[in-house]
Design a protein around this ligand. Structure first.
Ligand code: FES
Length: 156
């Protein structure tokens, strides 16, 4: 019999509390909506015999976790000063136009979420965006359109 998503992920990590960071990342991936449902956090807490507050502490400490549904690809636009001075806002507007959504929103097909973020260390190639763990820099409107097209076609 097939176990729950949570028990399958826990088994993969030998039900080890020390692997909580990775367990939560896997669960986020498994959700298909780039977030960790609250009931999954409760199940993790029970099955690892760890207080729910501790599981929440980890899930809210790292910016990479989401507790609400997001698009499959979260596009983060840096809004710190070096990127801002290099037209990051123009980039944000181009993205809004390309995706027909505003910052903070998710496309109707559930593919993209647009959000602002602070510096992620790519200042030397600003203006930059981050999609998941990938960083794209020295961007202009054409490069941006190409990146979005590739993600839409599943080439990334
Ligand atoms: S200021 Fe944008 S990545 Fe550092």
């Amino acid at each position: 019999m097939k176990g729950t998503v949570v028990s399958e992920v826990l088994t993969k990590y030998d039900n080890s509390k020390d692997r909580l960071v990775q367990i939560l990342l896997d669960l986020q991936e498994e959700s298909g909506q780039n977030y960790i449902p609250r009931e999954w956090l409760e199940e993790v807490s029970q099955k690892l015999d760890t207080p729910l507050t501790k599981v929440y502490d980890v899930a809210t400490f790292y910016a990479m976790y989401n507790l609400d549904p997001k698009g499959r690809y979260v596009i983060e636009v840096c809004k710190s000063a070096p990127c801002r001075s290099r037209k990051a806002e123009t980039l944000a507007q181009s993205l809004e136009k390309l995706l027909s959504i505003k910052m903070g929103e998710t496309t109707a097909d559930g593919l993209f979420t647009l959000q602002h973020t602070s510096c992620f260390g790519a200042c030397d190639i600003s203006p930059a965006i981050k999609i998941g763990e990938k960083v794209y820099g020295n961007l202009n409107e054409d490069k941006l359109a190409e990146i979005i097209r590739a993600y839409r076609e599943g080439q990334k």
